[in-house]
Design a protein around this ligand. Structure first.
Ligand code: SF4
Length: 342
């Protein structure tokens, strides 16, 4: 089997032009140079505050939004070169609120069967046979076949959404906050179902979530986003045990149960800057306790550090102690790794 990643996103950008009266149009950079890869059978969690670009990323991968530039590859084939129908067979999505994405006038079995009906090529018997098997697979009993979406509980509706998404046998499932609308006890059941289905079908998940305890539970790798850019990406255990980017550290600071992070736990203060007027240089500079002069003008690259990547000038090999903000002389690095004194 090829070692190529199943899904590869390269320098993806999505800019929205915003016009205003008597002023030059501005660009909102919802995604600004995002690159990552997702391996077969693995889960990559995307985390960050609302407005960080998570939803735009999902919409772009689902062909709902057209990228401004960059490319996405599935098994080496470019998204822009594949017919939309072929792409959608391989990349499907489940939503935070399945109710709004389920046709209220259709019965459960018809909803599940619909993607195959649209795709064509199979007999009705074959399609409905597969739909019944899928219903069973996601834990919906056969007597639910003729029920309408409003007759299901939230957890059952999410199972319905999952069943429908899997009917085309996709390789990648984009999970957009799939359990955040559910009770905690139901969340665990749906997450367990997703993990069982991943094992059985070797599915790859792009798992968008603001809930770090769920991410800690389900992810193999983590991508931390801020204002359309990647702040940190790497294996879950490394990111949670010793976050390297000041933004990741701030996100995790309020979850002492999830991280073994040592040192001061600066929490996240201030607001996300307006995407209409983002700062030059590092996007996190306005909220970062370690901001330096260089952060004001130059966007930090993603440095390789301690087995993951982190976009912060503190990792620059040539950073001199004197460049650090005078108010934070305790910043310490060893071989580019931020140590407990951060
Ligand atoms: Fe803070 Fe500067 Fe690093 Fe940005 S680049 S996170 S402002 S230290």
């Amino acid at each position: 089997m090829s070692n190529a990643p199943l899904l590869e996103v390269k320098d993806l950008r999505k800019y929205y032009e915003v016009k205003s009266f008597l002023k030059a149009p501005k660009a909102v950079k919802a995604l600004d140079g995002v690159s990552f890869s997702l391996a077969r059978g693995k889960t990559l969690a995307v985390v960050g505050e609302s407005g960080c670009g998570k939803s735009t990323l999902a919409k772009t991968l689902m062909l709902i939004e057209e990228p401004t530039s960059g490319e996405v590859f599935l098994e080496g084939k470019a998204m822009s070169a594949l017919p939309a129908a072929d792409w959608r067979k391989s990349v499907q999505m489940i939503f935070q609120d399945p109710y709004s994405s389920l046709n209220p006038r259709k019965k459960a079995l018809d909803i599940i069967a619909e993607p195959l009906v649209i795709a064509g090529g199979l007999s009705k018997d074959e399609i409905y046979d597969r739909a019944r098997k899928m219903m069973q697979k996601v834990g919906l009993r056969p007597e639910f076949e003729q029920r309408y979406p409003h007759m299901f509980s939230g957890g059952q509706r999410q199972r319905l959404g999952i069943a429908r998404a899997l009917m085309l046998q996709p390789k990648v499932l984009i999970c957009d906050e799939p359990v955040s609308a559910l009770d905690v006890s139901i969340q665990a059941q749906v997450l367990n179902l997703l993990m069982d289905l991943q094992d059985e079908f070797q599915l790859s998940y792009l798992f968008i979530s603001h809930d770090l305890s769920i991410v800690r539970h389900i992810a193999d790798d983590v991508l931390v986003m801020y204002l359309g850019q990647i702040m940190e990406k790497g294996p879950r255990d490394r990111v949670f045990a010793n976050p390297q980017h000041p933004y990741t550290r701030a996100l995790l600071a309020s979850h002492p149960d999830l991280t073994a992070m040592k040192g001061p736990r600066a929490t996240l203060e201030g607001e996300l800057p307006s995407p209409l007027n983002p700062p030059l240089g590092c996007p996190f500079q306005g909220r970062c306790p370690y901001v330096m002069l260089v952060c004001r003008d130059i966007r930090p690259p993603l440095y390789e550090v301690d087995g993951r990547r982190s976009a912060c000038h503190l990792h620059a090999p040539d950073l001199k102690a004197g460049e650090a903000s005078g108010s934070k002389p305790e910043i310490a690095r060893r071989d580019g790794i931020l140590t407990a004194s951060l």
